[in-house]
Write a protein that binds this ligand. Sequence first.
Ligand code: SF4
Length: 327
Amino acid sequence: MINFNYLRVSTTKGAVDAIVRDSAAQWIAGGTNLIDLMKKGVMSPQKLVDINNLPLKEIKKEGNKLVIGALALNSAVADNELVRKEQPLLSLALQAGASAQLRNMATVGGNMMQRTRCPYFYNPDMPCNKREPGTGCGALKGFNRMHAIFGASDKCIAVHPSDMSIALVALDSTVLVSGPKGDRRIPFQNFHRLPGDLPQKDNTLERGELIVAVEIPDNKLNKNVHYLKVRDRASYAFALVSVAAAVDLQGDTIKDVRLAMGGVAHKPWRLMEAELFLKGKPASEANFREAAALAMKDAKGYGHNNFKLKLAPNTLVEALKTATGKG
Ligand code: SF4
C-alpha cells in the first residue's frame, strides 16, 4: 500500500474544496471498498479526505419524501423504524448486502460508489479497461461467470455490486449532490451508467461532486415486497442475480409494481417493460412468467455467465411470487 496524506474536514464546502484543489485527492468515509483497492494497488490516491465528520447521517421525513443522509450507515438505515415501515424493500436489500461488520462501517454514499468486483479489475497484472483504459477487457473472453447480461459493451462487461442500489432504483429515488458548481439532483436511474466506450466511469458525477443525501418519494409499496438475492454462499457474497420487487396489490390485481435486478449490468437494472406489462393484471404465475420473458428480451451471455439467462427470469418470478404471497 502506498503512503498518503490524510485530511479531516467537517463541512460539505470544505470537502468539495479539498477535492477540487488537489486532483490526487479522494474522499473516504467507511473505506470498506477503497482501502481494499488501495491495498491491491488498484487505486492510489495521494491524499485521503475524511468526510466522516460531515453532518450527513440523518434519516428524516421531509414532506412526502424520506431523506437519508449520505453518511448514514447501512446498518442504521436497515434498522431505522421509518425505513422499515415506509420503505421495507430498502431495508431488505441492505440486510442482504455484505456482513454485519461491513454494514456497520459502510455508508449510503459509499455503497453507491463501490467499484465492481470483477476479478480482473482487482488484479493489476491483468488487462482491464476500467482500471487502465485501453488495456483491453480480461473478462470478455476470460472467466466471466459473475458478469453482465444486459447493457455491456466490448470494452467492459462488469456488473455493479450494490444490493442497496437495486432497491433505490426500484423506488424511484433521487440522489442529492453538492459540487463546485452548486447543488444538483440526479434521478437514481441516471446516477450509475453503462460502460460504453468509457468503462472507467461508473457514474455521472463530475469531479468534486459529493453525494449528500438520497430521497425516496412516498409510495404504496410497503406491504408486498421482496428482495431475492441468489449467490454462491448464504452470506458475504455478491449477487449472481438479485431482484427487488415491490407490488401495490388491490385484491388480486397489481395496481402498481416496481422491479429491478442486480448482478446483471454495469448499473442497477430497472425492468420498466415488465412493470408496464404487469400493471392492472392479476398477480398470477403465468403473468409473472410473461413479464420475465419481456424483461429478458435483450439479455446476452458471454460464456461462463450463460446460466444467468435462465437464473434471472426464474429469480424474477420467485421474487414476485413471494412479494404477492403466491409463493
Ligand atoms: Fe475490467 Fe470491466 Fe473487463 Fe472486468 S469486465 S476486466 S472491469 S473492463
